[in-house]
Design a protein around this ligand. Structure first.
Ligand code: NAG
Ligand code: NAG
Ligand code: NAG
Ligand code: NAG
Ligand code: NAG
Length: 312
């Protein structure tokens, strides 16, 4: 009887020791990494080192992972430079679609259209350095439609009803050259309005054919929301750690992707001139302010220049 009483008490002590004494798990998380080194931030699996008088953030995780030819990228924000491993870096361009950028569909998106040139330049530079280009766009299918929340359906409706929201026919458009285009279903997978705008379309087609680029449909603002998505699985399985972001709208879909990536432990770089919004100026200010504190701010001009100078 007394033994039976004591047993649960001993068990409780042993259990709580396991819960509260985390020294063993910290040791296994630190792996071979010298976590008493003051330049190390993180653990064996995910860490930065802050080197050269705290001016360079080394994002290569080179203690654990192989490096090819790391590139030093100058940044605009309070973190001044990042050293990146090209094999684990990708550029994600979001929603640069006809629906959001075509002058007849989105007349106010002049800033978004101005981001196309810098985006194409950055894409070329990334491809030349073996860094993946990921096109992440709205591409809704029948299942997405069934499970779509009312806030989204109403937000993308022209008349507060479902009959003008996602995947409803948008009609036709006569282009400046006289060609009539069937716009297809609104942001529905495979429709014309959901394709990349202007020169971005052939750029994507070319990149996909070459294998330098990949395309991912998304069914919310973010392509990384929830437990897992095709984009998230790709990033995880290919070991990509460092993500540069551009696209439209910067405070909505770009921000949604960036903040999810940040939450999931990726390094995030907001490329200011490859992103834009039709929202008020303070929305863009919010994105830049927080992208700076959550990761890095950059300009495509300086990235392209730095990559050119360090071409191997
Ligand atoms: C770990 O880093 C500390 C601080 O820089 C240094 O004193 C120590 O020698 C390092 N240990 C190893 C095993 O390199
Ligand atoms: C770091 O900064 C100190 C003080 O400003 C300077 O004396 C030193 O040379 C710097 N070291 C490097 C590696 O830049
Ligand atoms: C770079 O990435 C490619 C494709 O993922 C892979 O086959 C190759 O082994 C990687 N190289 C290094 C040094 O990690
Ligand atoms: C949507 O439904 C309403 C009736 O509820 C109708 O008046 C309207 O024409 C419909 N719009 C479209 C684009 O089908
Ligand atoms: C960023 O690059 C653009 C060109 O893409 C240039 O016009 C702009 O001045 C640059 N911004 C900064 C802050 O350097």
């Amino acid at each position: 009887m007394r033994l039976q009483m004591q047993f649960p008490i001993i068990l409780a002590v042993a259990t709580s020791a396991q819960i509260y004494d985390v020294s063993n798990s910290l040791t296994s998380l630190s792996g071979t990494l010298n976590t008493t080194d003051p330049t190390v931030i993180g653990n064996h699996y995910n860490y930065w080192t802050l080197t050269q008088n705290k001016t360079v953030y080394d994002l290569t995780r080179s203690d654990r992972l192989p490096v090819t030819s790391p590139k030093l990228i100058p940044m605009l924000g309070y973190r001044k430079n990042a050293l990146i491993e090209p094999n684990r870096t990708a550029f994600i361009t979001i929603d640069m679609q006809n629906f959001f950028l075509h002058p007849q569909l989105s007349p106010h998106a002049s800033l978004g259209r101005a981001a196309v040139g810098p985006t194409l330049n950055l894409i070329d530079a990334f491809r030349e350095n073996g860094m993946k280009v990921l096109w992440v766009n709205w591409g809704i299918d029948a299942y997405d439609l069934v499970t779509m929340p009312p806030s989204f359906l109403e937000g993308f409706s022209d008349n507060n009803q479902m009959n003008t929201s996602f995947c409803t026919e948008m009609g036709h458009l006569t282009q400046s050259n006289g060609n009539v285009v069937d716009l297809g279903k609104k942001l529905c997978r495979g429709s014309w309005n959901a394709r990349p705008w202007g020169a971005l379309d052939p750029a994507m087609v070319e990149g996909l054919a070459e294998g330098t680029d990949l395309y991912f449909n998304k069914n919310r603002l973010s392509g990384l929301w929830g437990a897992q998505t095709p984009l998230g699985l790709y990033l995880q399985e290919s070991g990509i750690t460092t993500l540069f972001f551009g696209g439209v709208n910067s405070d909505q879909c770009v921000w949604g992707n960036l903040i999810d990536a940040y939450f999931k432990g990726f390094d995030t770089v907001y490329v200011e001139d490859c992103a834009a919004t039709v929202s008020p100026w303070y929305a863009e200010e919010m994105v830049r302010y927080n992208a700076d504190s959550d990761g890095f701010l950059a300009n495509s001009t300086y990235i392209v220049e730095a990559l050119k100078q360090q071409k191997t």
